[in-house]
Design a protein. Sequence first.
Length: 183
Amino acid sequence: MPLPAAASPAAPEPTPLPPATDKPRRSRPPTLSRAAWKQFMGVAQPYWAGDKKRTAWGLMALLIALMVCETQLAVMLIDKTGEMTSALAARQAERFWIAVRTSLVVLAFAVPVYDFYYYMRDAFSNHWRRWLTHRFLDGYLSERKYYEIGAGGDIDNAAARKRRIHRLLPGRTPGARADRPPV
């Protein structure tokens, strides 16, 4: 049975759409503040200039060389697949099969290069993460600095703050269950 009009809930009015514009919106990439850049450089610079700098720069040079090889092989593959398409369109069987054989040779070189590039990219990122982890842990664990951090009181400890707040509250909080003893 339908409800009377007065008893039916009021439907929310639709919000009007903004006027359509012919100009596409340009989204600006987020800017990196000078402070964030300095903080990043403070963390990253010792990696590039410290005791592991030869390994870091060597891995970077290898990655760049592999990236150039990967790009060149991709261009060669695109060229050869275009040659295959042109040979098919011109109905030239000999030209087509030469392009297929050349594409297979390029592919035989491209697959290991691509694989090695991705392997070295992951190895480089693991090397960076391992160095960064050791650097922070060595700084934290050296000369028992972790004791200084705990004794300073400058760092916000969420668990300790909750305990302090609960101690300050009266016997029971409004949402406490009756079967639970007061804090």
